[in-house]
Design a protein around this ligand. Sequence first.
Ligand SMILES: [Fe+2]
Length: 166
Amino acid sequence: MAADGNITKDLIYDAVAPDDFESMLDLDRYNGRSTAFDKIISATHDHFWDPLDKKYIDFDEPWDMDNQPLVPEELNVALQTKYVSDHLNTPSLRAQFINKSLLRSFSSILHGEQGALNLSASLCHVLLDQGAQEYAANQTREEARHVTAFAKYIKARWGRPVECTK
Ligand SMILES: [Fe+2]
């Protein structure tokens, strides 16, 4: 049970209002770092990857977007219907349909990654525990890499993402 008597809340997640920077400068707070996140924070370097390093992902790999589907046909729900399947009756038309559909999926993921980046960053402003705060900062950096990777992939394959609602 947490020290405040609330069984569903651990004090390491204690937070302040986003505009309460004064609480972050509280002298007692600096000596109150929990060890709950130490292992995962230390593992950051082991899990490091770089979306700008071709050893991890090479965004310059060529792809024929008009003729090569990025995923197998079975993964495109619309192509499983007789109507769409009959209408798109050449390999090239099917590949273009699959690849254009995927732009929507990848754009949604990209917007989600941007949301995760903003959320993680906002946690750094409100979490009181320094360990929790450092973990949130690590996650912020990880989400920034996700944004970079998905943005670069979309740029390489489609040129530009589409809006959330399309
Ligand atoms: Fe992410």
